[in-house]
Design a protein around this ligand. Sequence first.
Ligand SMILES: NC(=O)C1=CN([C@@H]2O[C@H](COP(=O)(O)OP(=O)(O)OC[C@H]3O[C@@H](n4cnc5c(N)ncnc54)[C@H](OP(=O)(O)O)[C@@H]3O)[C@@H](O)[C@H]2O)C=CC1
Ligand SMILES: [Mg+2]
Length: 283
Amino acid sequence: MSLRHELERLLSKFGQDSQILEDSVLIGCSEEQEAWFALDLGLNSSSSINASLQKAEIETALQGSFIKLTKALFELNVKDASLLSTAQALLRWHDAHQFCSRSGQPTKKNVSGSKRVCPSNNIIYYPQVAPVVITLVSDGTRCLLVRQSSFPKGMYSALAGFCDIGESLEETVRREIAEEVGLEVDRLHYSASQHWPFPNSTLMIACHATVKPGQTELQVNLRELEAAAWFSRDEVATVLRRNNPSNQQQSGAVPFWLPPKLAIAHQLIKEWVEKPTCSPLPA
Ligand SMILES: NC(=O)C1=CN([C@@H]2O[C@H](COP(=O)(O)OP(=O)(O)OC[C@H]3O[C@@H](n4cnc5c(N)ncnc54)[C@H](OP(=O)(O)O)[C@@H]3O)[C@@H](O)[C@H]2O)C=CC1
Ligand SMILES: [Mg+2]
């Protein structure tokens, strides 16, 4: 039986029309050049008993189990997490761009899902990515970790913010740090980047920054952050070593925990702990 027939058989078993396959989007390919597609079965959009029954049926038929996307992203290996992140962002984008904003007519997806076109005026819509800077600020010996009220309990991270229209990354870093904690950036340098599919598709651009010597007093913007504080290298190194939210919450041995390994914030913090002498460029 061909893969297509097998898929159609499964979809019909789960009460779905095989026409839904046309909505799938290309997210990558294997080393053997087999194309990988993602498809949204829409089970999350309904809280009906029917949807939950289907979920149970799918779990049995495919010998798997549904877990929260945010959790899955941090539990999979890098390659699979990246495929999942692409699938989530691309499928959400298609779902939110069903109509042309000029003509109001339905738009049409191309086969791979890399764009949508309005048949009435040929306007092409491409998936959007919002740039976000995430910066680990240091005063030379300590680093600044922050908490938003939306973070999981006890988690601290680096400072993040969306780029405004017309800004360079450097300007965003300076503005966000001034707005959220009242500090002036002296030097900054780029570290790495990561695609992040929440709340919509973002490109997280990770940087290290240092503040002007002697200017480390924080003015925390409580509309944006729940807390912000300086931590020594030893404190952060200890938390990184024991980084497991359930362990520390039970024992109370460490006062906070950090984002999991696959989060770019984790990589930034680890880099700072391991390379204390890296010297950033002037901003
Ligand atoms: N992977 C990681 O390690 C981490 C990832 N992040 C991600 O970074 C992102 C940005 O961090 P955050 O501190 O929230 O950003 P900001 O500090 O920029 O604050 C968020 C606010 O910015 C406004 N905003 C401006 N542009 C956008 C846009 N394109 N989409 C949504 N909101 C926008 C909104 O304000 P208003 O409501 O007034 O319109 C929103 O409430 C988050 O989405 C978060 O998921 C954050 C930390 C760690
Ligand atoms: Mg922020």
